[in-house]
Design a protein around this ligand. Structure first.
Ligand code: ATP
Ligand code: MG
Length: 570
């Protein structure tokens, strides 16, 4: 049995099969790659990871785990200007948080700049690459369209010597940005536009966050990626479907060059989730435009955002597994992500009581200065989680909507003259309702039945409602942040004629001050969730919560809270 970094154990055979596993099984059977499995996760360090990346991480690292192989973490850092160490740090933190470990296999595409340059010179020497001096607009024109073949560049037949000379001078920084590019010489009439003499190097006088000003030229993704894979001995290079049309180029480059191996590129469908966006460009825009509070805003689909919100690594991995790996694009319901979190927290989150919108309840026949320390289980069905004590006293707070002056039929909570059970405590009856001048209920006065402390009434009368509460004097103040979907339509990008940001949900954040939580939460630290009974799962905010100043995020609501509470009492 193997373990994830967060201590969760998992049997390899628990992972459902998929078409990628089928390919690898076949390769292992035929003895390809010497029986090895080496994968990689290759993020570009130009943003924070999101839940879509989690799918790729779980797939690549999961394959390495299950096939006793390795998975590399490689930063695909060939776009200076947009990339940053802040992003690199966050990406490493997120991969580790998900429970995966790259060991010593930590790389940067920029580690290969010198080798990539050598391979480019090799292509030139073979007459398979040339320096082209068309400007960007001419290039587009010459490229042709899906229905029309391209035209050959007038620079296509430069001699090897001239190309080598120009390319060396490009490297030496002699030319301004855009003056020349290096192109592979393949086929301007190819039906695949990626094969029409693609650019493999461009001039960019821009500092790189690792190589500084050493390079005024940078290799393009399609040239860099396949060679990096080959240099690292990757066996299966797994990427998303949009690279399917790039595969012929991936293979072409490796076929021309004396690389140590020829990895197999395999494409799978990227993850899409409704009511959010999973594109780095848009996520950056939400952050820099101040539409959210940062990359780790708990409404963001970033791993840092959902972590802050209270998601667990196990829930995210489970989600990725359920979504599966397929060849066809699809959109997954946000509800599935929430379901996976609930499933984890239902089992693992300790229980507590908190009141979001407090209403005072005074038990008039309970002594002023009496306090009972009532014992409550931390989990209704897992005794190993132990118990906690909850103070009970004359003045309590209950949830405002657990009382109605004039209740409809089937309302089993508190109302004038009615009885309800206080969770883990007594049955109380509302004998008086105090209103303020505006008619709002400000206090309930109740009597209690002392014989019903965690016991059914002796006379057999039925009391259906059970509500949560906290003792007024003992409760801790807290701020609670409730979250809803970031967008109020399923696919905010569907209609290209309107800005997707117009679909931002104005009610995605609701901040409740003056909430009350039970005293056992005094030292609640971030990184774990509690179930506030009947309300959902809450975790202390990692930025803003501190002992004495509690701030809770609601990670996810509870479904069927009534059904669950009724069951747990039986
Ligand atoms: P974006 O399109 O949002 O800019 P990207 O694909 O350019 O994302 P990278 O940093 O290059 O971001 O991604 C690293 C890896 O994660 C790639 O292998 C990519 O295929 C994969 N990946 C990115 N987004 C998704 C997604 N939504 N579902 C599955 N895999 C993804
Ligand atoms: Mg990318």
């Amino acid at each position: 049995m193997d373990e994830f970094r967060d201590g969760t154990a998992k049997q390899p055979e628990e992972t459902p099969s998929n078409f990628v596993r089928a390919i690898i099984d076949g390769d292992l059977q035929s003895g390809k790659n010497g029986g090895k499995v080496v994968t990689r996760f290759p993020p570009e360090p130009n943003g924070y990871l999101h839940i879509g990346h989690a799918k790729s991480i779980c797939l690549n690292f999961g394959l390495a785990r299950d096939y006793r192989g390795v998975c590399h973490l490689r930063f695909d850092d060939t776009n200076p200007g947009k990339e940053d160490v802040e992003y690199e740090d966050s990406i490493q933190e997120d991969v580790r948080w998900l429970g995966f470990d790259w060991g010593d296999h930590f790389y940067h595409a920029s580690d290969y700049f010198e080798k990539l340059y050598e391979f480019a010179c090799e292509l030139i020497r073979q007459g398979k690459a040339y320096v082209c001096s068309l400007n960007a607009e001419e290039m587009r024109e010459y490229r042709g369209t899906l229905t029309q073949p391209g035209k050959e560049s007038p620079y296509r037949n430069r001699t090897v010597e001239e190309n080598l000379d120009l390319f060396q001078r490009m490297r030496a920084g002699e030319f301004p940005d855009g003056a020349h590019v290096l192109r592979a010489k393949i086929d301007m009439a190819s039906p695949n536009l990626n094969m029409r003499d693609p650019v493999i190097y461009r001039i960019r006088h821009e500092s790189h966050h690792r190589t500084g000003d050493a390079w005024p030229i940078y290799p393009m993704y399609d040239f860099t990626h396949c060679i990096s894979d080959a240099l690292e001995g990757i066996t299966h290079s797994i990427c998303t479907l949009e690279f399917e049309d790039h595969r012929p180029l991936y293979d072409w480059v490796l076929d021309q060059l004396p690389v140590p191996c020829h990895p197999q590129q395999i494409e799978f469908a990227r993850l899409n989730i409704n009511y959010t966006v999973l594109s780095k460009r848009r996520l950056i825009e939400l952050v820099t435009g101040g539409y959210v509070s940062g990359w780790d805003d708990p409404r963001m689909p970033t791993l840092s955002g959902i972590r802050r919100r209270g998601y667990t690594p196990a829930a995210v991995r489970n989600f990725c597994e359920r979504v599966g790996v397929a060849k066809r694009d699809s959109c997954v319901d946000m509800g599935l992500l929430e379901f996976c979190l609930r499933e984890d927290l239902e089992k693992n989150a300790p229980r507590a009581m908190g009141v979001l919108r407090p209403l005072k309840l005074v038990i008039i026949d309970y002594p002023e200065d009496k306090v009972e320390e009532l014992e409550a289980p931390c989990h209704p069905s897992d005794a190993s989680m132990g118990t906690r004590t909850v103070p009970f006293a004359r003045e309590l707070y209950i949830e405002r909507d657990d009382f109605m002056d004039d209740p409809p039929p089937k309302y089993f909570r508190l109302a004038p003259g009615r009885e309800v059970r206080l969770r883990y405590a007594y049955i109380v009856r509302c004998v008086e309702v105090i209103h303020d001048d505006s008619g709002e209920v400000v206090e309930l006065r109740c009597t209690h039945d002392p014989a019903t402390l965690n016991a059914a009434p002796a006379d057999g009368r039925k009391v259906k409602g059970i509500i949560h509460w906290v003792a007024a004097r003992h409760a801790l103040d807290a701020q609670v942040r409730l979250y809803d979907r970031l967008f109020d339509v399923e696919d905010p990008c569907a209609d290209k004629s309107v800005d997707y940001k117009t679909h931002l949900n104005p009610h995605s954040l609701e901040v409740l001050d003056g909430c009350k939580v039970e005293p056992s939460l005094r030292d609640a630290a971030s990184g774990r969730c509690w179930q506030f009974e009947r309300l959902g799962y809450f975790c202390p905010d990692s930025r803003d919560s501190a002992p004495g100043h509690l701030v809770f995020n609601r990670a996810v609501t509870l479904k069927d809270s009534w059904a669950k509470i009724d069951k747990s009492r039986k």
